[in-house]
Ligand binder design. Sequence first.
Ligand SMILES: Nc1ncnc2c1ncn2[C@@H]1O[C@H](COP(=O)(O)OP(=O)(O)OP(=O)(O)O)[C@@H](O)[C@H]1O
Ligand SMILES: [Mg+2]
Length: 462
Amino acid sequence: MGIQKRLVGSYFVVSLITVMILEIILITFVHYYFNNNVERILTNQAELSASFFHQYFDAEDLEQQSERLLKGFSENSNAQVQIIQANGTLLQSTTGERIGEILNDFEDVQEASLGKVGIWRGFDDSTHEALLAVSYPLKSQETTVGVVRFVTSLTETIKTINYISAIFISIGLFVLAIVAVLGVLVSRTITGSIKELKIAAEKMAEGDFAVTIKKRYRDELGTLADTLNMMASKIRRNEKLKNDFISSISHELRTPLTSIKGWAVTLKSDGGNGKLLLEDGLDIIETESDRLTCLVDELLDLSKLDNGRMELYCTPLHLNELLEHIRKQLAPRAARQRVSLDVHVDRHMPVIHADENRLKQVLINLLDNSLKFTSSGGIINVNAQVDKALRQVIISVEDTGSGIAEQELNNVFQMFYKGNNNQAGSGLGLSISRQIINLHHGEMKLYSQFGKGTKIEIYLPV
Ligand SMILES: Nc1ncnc2c1ncn2[C@@H]1O[C@H](COP(=O)(O)OP(=O)(O)OP(=O)(O)O)[C@@H](O)[C@H]1O
Ligand SMILES: [Mg+2]
């Protein structure tokens, strides 16, 4: 069963039960009220008549006075009035029927003969009418000498009750109809959104992520639409990233390969005659092969990081030794570029627990960037400090290089992102470095001002 049917169905069932309970209570009440009213009126009239008799006709003979009494009793009543002797014989009746008959069969007459008030509800077989009779004892000096009986047809009362009940039932049906219509309308707003979501989800399942779902309301379904849209846009972005990735790799691979191939062809045609040319060519082939190896290594690192398969081999590590080693390694290049490279390490540097090779990879990456983007005369400062309070060491690499424009700051950690810089490499260095630092439960922060320089801080727990 569809959601719409279920929703409308449940609205309807709840309303039906409510309406039915209300109707039963109301109709029962109306029934009770009208019947009770008629009974009260008859009882009042009978009581009045009896007390009238008691006051004025106490000493008289009932049979002789019965005609006068009937007249008096029936004056203010629409009901049929009967005067009955104590033995049950009907003396007088406003309809004039059944006079002389014994009415002891009726419960109310029996009760009244015993001196109590009698009430009887029954059915008149000849007229097919529902009847109500109230009998009251007529007393003379504490003995019951007869009975006054008021009988009325309930046809009108029943008609009124039925009429009012019919009105109530119609109102109930009307309410149910409104509930059904509203239910359909309201549920449509819900099922409409669900249908859209379903169609969009189906399209996405088929691989079409260009769909966007319109958010109709700010409810759970709206949130779901947002989530699906976000998912689709993420997938689109990943798709684009993947394509960019492939084209970047192809591009990065092609440059060194072209150069290797070019030199191989040159050397082959030359026949190995020019020794100088041969050396130059082999040199270039070697560096380009190194570049390729480097790139492939980086790609392998990336894929390991991505799959969470990169393992750290952490050992106790003296930062000052590591930094000194790196400084020695890069000093010739810095000197060649006429860039001053200074390393300063806090004297009380604690031994940290880290993967030496990976940390070295990160620092060389940062220094490689600084060297690449700092022109001659610039300064590169490497600083290692300890923050005892927070139990962490901070390594900062600061340069006076080209800096990074503000709008690019968020992008430099993305894979393959390189600024508009012709010094840029494959654009993987920072991305890999940051992931390695994160694996160490550390943090990497970048501050840069365009044209002034860049500072990168690495926080590592002790
Ligand atoms: N110290 C810096 N000064 C100025 N720009 C920088 C600096 N470090 C990084 N950048 C910018 O951030 C980009 C990304 O750096 P990243 O190290 O990820 O890539 P890359 O150095 O271009 O390539 P790779 O490191 O893979 O050889 C760089 O291309 C450059 O535009
Ligand atoms: Mg780099």
